[in-house]
Each structure stands twice: as structure tokens, then as C-alpha cells.
Design a protein around this ligand. Sequence first.
Ligand code: PLP
Length: 426
Amino acid sequence: MAEKKTFVTLEQLKEIDKTYPTPYHLYDEKGIRENAKKLKEAFSWNKGYREYFAIKATPNPYILKILKDYGCGVDCASMTELMMAYALDYKPEEIMFSSNDTPAEEYEYAAKIGATINLDDITHIDFLDKILDGKFPETMSCRYNPGGFFKLGTSIMDNPGDAKYGMTHEQIIEAFKILKSKGVKHFGIHSFLASNTVTNEYYPTLAKILFELAVELKEKTGADIKFINLSGGIGVDYKPEQEKNDISIIGANVHKVYDEVLKPAGMDDIAIYTELGRFMLAPYGCLVTKAIHEKHTHKEYIGVDACAVNLMRPAIYGAYHHITVAGKENAPCDHVYDVTGSLCENNDKFAIDRKLPKIDMGDYLIIHDTGAHGFSMGYNYNGKLRSAELLLKENGDVQMIRRAETPKDYFATFDFSDALDKLNLK
Ligand SMILES: *Cc1c(COP(=O)(O)O)cnc(C)c1O
């Protein structure tokens, strides 16, 4: 079984504690950089390759700036995500807008800042036509959903037939024809068929489906296809028994399919895009929390100072996040605990029946792989406040890249001025 290692030591955590109280999300600059570099190298065979980091995974400007060093653009799906991209000076060609159920004002803004619009549905062509007064951008993308189950060999990876995203085969052909008739010159194809895949086969299998579709679309519609967007879905090894994806193998196998399908069709100038979120950040962030209570009733509970508002995945998906007790990395896991937060919700548990070393009050628990879809899924239930985000820099310094919320933030969206006086929060 592979060991899940942390990127921070007990000594470092004690040092951080002098300035920043738990809980907080901590990110590992060195890990982020090494991984982004590997991804870039894995697709360097493709001239136009670009990763559009799925901003929803970790919407923090400091993180985005690190990724920018490796040529990453951003993939947005909402107004504020687009605004963030624009404010951070991403060039139009560095912004992908892969939204769904999109409000008119978001399309309008995306078009204004020159983001590439990736249409989720054929009915959105008319919707967009009205918003843009018939003036479509030169380049448009369409999202494909073949339906059915997505299988690798005999094992079912996911269920696109039950997913709200994308156009059917018939619809995407029709959409290309209509868009072409409306003056669109260049096209992209996008698809996201399985989430958090921990296998090197997902991207190559998806690539084959999309490359064959590209050939068919060119034949049937004469469209000039500029890029194929493999989107997100490359997962991480949340569990110790899982084997990590190897991005260099994934890149090489996509290359192979590219040469097999696109090259003979004379389409080997197509750029490959990716929109990875989880793969880019999840392993390079952790949630650090302190044990503050132990409870011995029908089960053994450890209560920590973080809760599901800081990390929602275990509560909503039953997702596994590995936990390391800092300083007890080599101690035997001879205790069984439920590790809980303080929400008045019984699903507020970071771990259930987890084998861990004996936990003492004040121990730091490092909850692994929270760098993507961690902080960003946070919410304010029970009036709980969002934590700080800290960056462990390559030189070992720690930088606060987002402060923790305060009660004043929580009260900020209604008129509470008199009460703020009473609370001394003015
Ligand atoms: C969420 C999302 C991604 C990123 O998914 P990961 O699982 O984090 O890789 C990419 N593209 C779109 C359109 C998404 O909605």
C-alpha cells in the first residue's frame, strides 16, 4: 500500500500556529509547480496545447499566478469567475467559458472580454444570437455528451447518459452547421465524461471518441476545427491503496491516438486543451485542524475545530480524505475514531471508523488532498466562517493568501448597523 505523505511537519505547524490559528487550508507551492511543469511537458508534443485551470477548484489569485508561470489559462463557469480572470489580465485566448444553464448577462460579459464560449446546448445558439445581436465570435466551442455509460474495458467509469451537460451526437452536428451559417469560422469540441478517474486510460479513451467525432464533424459540416478540449476528470489518489495517475503516460497515449486518428485525416494541426482542476491542485493542499474534544459514547469521537463548511466533500459525497496526525506519522494506527466537526448535522464527519494513532487534545490533524474543491466549496451553515488560506512557499515561508472571515463578514449582506454597534464590530 502506498504511503500518503504530508508536505508539512509538526515543527512547521507549530511555527505557523504562532501567527495563524487553525483551521486553515495550506497549499504547497513546490508541489504545485512541479506538477504543473510535468503536465506541460506531457503535452509538449502538441503545438497549441494549453491547460485552462478550472478556477472553481481553487479560486485564489495567488494560486492562479503560480499556474500562469506554466502557461495555464483559466476555465470559468460564472460571472465572478470571469471577472476574476479579466481582473488578473488573462488574455482573451487564455479564458475558456465552459458554463451550463448560463444566464444572459454571463454570456454577454464572456463575449465582451473575448473568452472562448463553450456552448452546453444547441438551444443556446438562439439564446446567444439574441444577446449578441447575431454577431457571433469567430471561434466557438460545443460540448458533447454521447449518452450511455462511459466504460473502460468492461468497467463503468461514469454515467454521461444521466448527466445534464452537453449535446447529443445529432445535436452537435446540427449546432456546427448552424453556427457556421451564422459566421463562426473556427470550432472547438469539448467533453467531460467521467470525474476523478484514477487510471491512465481515461484521457486517451476520451480523446479517441473526440478525435473521431472531429473527423466526422469536418466531413459532415466542413467546419474548421481548431481545438479539442479534454476538459477535467483526471483524478487523484485520495486513498492510500490507489495508484497515482502518471501524466507523462497519459500525454504519450493521447499523442498516440492523435497520430492514429487525426493525422491520417490531415487534421494534425488541432490544439489539445485541458481544463484540469483536481489534478492540478488537490494533492498540494491540506486542511489543518486541531483536536479539541474527545467523546466516548456509543463510538469514539474526536472533535476538531474545522467542520464541513471548510471541506464539504466527505459530508456530501462520502468522500475519503486521508488524515495524518502530525508528529505521529509512524505511530501504530491502533485506535478507531469518527473525526467530527461542530455542525448540527450528523454528516459533519471527516472520517468514520478510521484507524488512527491515539489522538491527544491539541494534536494537529492534517486532512489530505483538499487543494481542489476544498475551500471553494465552503459555505456558512450554522454561521460558521470560512477559514484562511495559506501558502507554504518554496523557501519555507508561509504567506497568507486569503484571510479568514470574521463575524463582520458574515453580517455584511443585510443592514445590521445598529447591531454591529452593540457587538463592537463597527
Ligand atoms: C469542474 C470542471 C472541470 C474540472 O474538473 P476536475 O474534476 O477538477 O478536473 C473542468 N471543466 C469543467 C467544465 C468543469 O465543470
